[in-house]
Design a protein around this ligand. Structure first.
Ligand SMILES: O=C(O)CCC(=O)C(=O)O
Ligand SMILES: [Fe+2]
Length: 335
C-alpha cells in the first residue's frame, strides 16, 4: 500500500511506546534492513516516538557527560550567565530557568539548559573546529572556561560524537521506511545541524501551576531527537490522539527517539512530530540530554512526492531548515 494509503488506515490511539532493537543497524543484508525499516515506519506513522536498544552508544559516555553538566549547573548564576544563549546569534550556550517557553499557553519552562552544535573532532595536536554554518543559524559554540569546569568540553564532545554516529546511521533506515533509496538524505545531511542540550529540572512539589511545567507541551523542530533520560525518574509524557498523556519512563540501556517538525514537513505529516512535555514530580533533581538531529540548515523542507496526493494535499509552506529552526528559537526565547 502507498504511504498515503497506509497513513489514512491507521489507528493512532497509542497507549505505549514501541521498543526497537538496533543490533542489526550496520548489517547490510537487505532482509534485516527491511525488518528494521518496517518497525521504524510503523512507529513513526503511529506514534512518532520509539525506544532504541542495542544502539551501540556506550552508557559510560552519557554518564561522563552528565557528570560534567551537573558541575556546570552547580556554578554560580553569574558565571553561567556569562555564556547566556541570548547573547549569541544562534542561541548557543546557557539558558536560565524560565527563559524558554515551549508552550505558547505556558508561563515559562522550569528548567535550565546548556546547548551547543556540531564542531569537528580534534585530531592530534589541533583544537576542534567550529562548523562553518552559513545563513540563519550561523555562529560558533560557546563553552564555560576550562578553569570553571575542567574537562567539560572534551567529555561532552566524546558523548556527542558517539550519539552523532548513531544518528547518522538512522537516516538510511528512515529513508527505507519512506520507500526511498537508502542514500536519500546523504546530500541533505553533509553538515548535519545537530544540537545537543543538557537540561536540569528541579523537582516540582505541592500544587503545580499547569502553566509552569519542566518543559511545556511542544513538538521538536528537527528531523528526530535522540533523548537520554536520567534512569529511575519518570517525567516525560507524550500526547496521543485521544488527547491523553502517556508516560515515557526511562528504560535502562535505551534511548528515546522522537520525530520532529522537519520530518513532519518532509513527509506531509505521514511521520508524526508528536506533542510531548516533561514534569518532574520525583522530589529530586532530574537531568536529560536531547540531541536534536536535523538536515543541513540550507536544505529546503519540501514534501516528498510519495507523501502528497489529491486527498492529502501539501500542508506546509516550503522553508529552509535553518530559517525554520531559527524562527522556533525566536518564538521560544523571546516570549
Ligand atoms: O527532558 C525531557 O525528557 C524532554 C526534553 C524535551 O522534550 C526537549 O528538550 O525538547
Ligand atoms: Fe522536546
Amino acid at each position: 500500500m502507498s504511504l498515503v494509503g497506509t497513513a489514512d488506515a491507521l489507528d493512532l490511539d497509542c497507549q505505549h511506546i514501541p521498543i526497537i532493537d538496533f543490533t542489526h543497524i550496520n548489517n547490510h543484508d537487505p532482509t534485516e534492513r527491511k525488518k528494521l525499516a518496517d518497525q521504524v515506519r510503523d512507529a513513526c506513522m503511529r506514534v512518532g516516538f520509539f525506544y532504541v536498544k542495542n544502539h551501540g552508544i556506550p552508557a559510560s559516555l552519557a554518564e561522563g557527560a552528565l557528570q560534567k553538566a551537573k558541575d556546570f549547573f552547580a556554578l554560580p548564576a553569574d558565571t553561567k550567565m556569562e555564556i547566556e544563549n541570548r547573547k549569541t546569534p544562534n542561541f548557543k550556550g546557557y539558558s536560565p530557568f524560565l527563559s524558554a517557553n515551549n508552550d505558547p499557553n505556558g508561563a515559562g519552562d522550569l528548567n535550565e539548559g546548556f546547548e551547543f552544535g556540531w564542531q569537528a573532532p580534534a585530531t592530534a595536536g589541533t583544537i576542534p573546529q567550529e562548523m562553518d554554518v552559513e545563513g540563519a543559524m550561523a555562529g560558533a559554540n560557546v563553552w564555560p572556561s576550562e578553569e570553571d569546569v575542567p574537562g567539560f568540553r572534551e567529555t561532552i564532545l566524546s558523548y556527542y560524537y558517539s550519539a552523532m554516529d548513531f544518528g547518522r546511521a538512522l537516516f538510511p533506515i528512515f529513508a527505507l521506511a519512506l520507500n526511498l533509496p537508502e542514500d536519500f538524505f546523504d546530500d541533505k545531511t553533509k553538515h548535519s545541524a545537530a544540537l545537543m542540550k543538557f537540561l536540569h529540572y528541579p523537582p516540582q512539589t505541592g500544587p503545580i501551576d499547569e502553566r509552569v511545567l519542566g518543559i511545556g507541551a511542544h513538538t521538536d523542530w528537527e528531523c528526530f531527537t535522540i533523548l537520554w533520560q536520567e534512569p529511575g525518574i519518570q517525567a516525560l509524557q507524550v500526547l496521543n490522539s485521544e488527547q491523553k498523556w502517556i508516560n515515557v519512563p526511562p528504560i535502562p540501556g535505551t534511548f528515546v527517539i522522537n520525530l520532529g517538525d522537519q520530518f513532519a514537513r518532509w513527509t506531509n505529516d505521514i511521520f508524526k512530530s508528536t506533542v510531548h512535555r516533561a514534569i518532574n514530580r520525583s522530589g529530586v533533581r532530574r537531568y536529560s540530554i536531547p540531541l536534536f538531529f536535523g538536515t543541513d540548515y540550507n536544505v529546503l523542507l519540501e514534501p516528498m512526492p510519495t507523501c502528497v496526493s489529491p486527498e492529502r494535499p501539501q500542508k506546509y509552506e516550503v522553508i529552509t531548515a535553518g530559517d525554520y529552526v531559527k524562527a522556533r528559537f525566536q518564538a521560544t526565547y523571546n516570549h
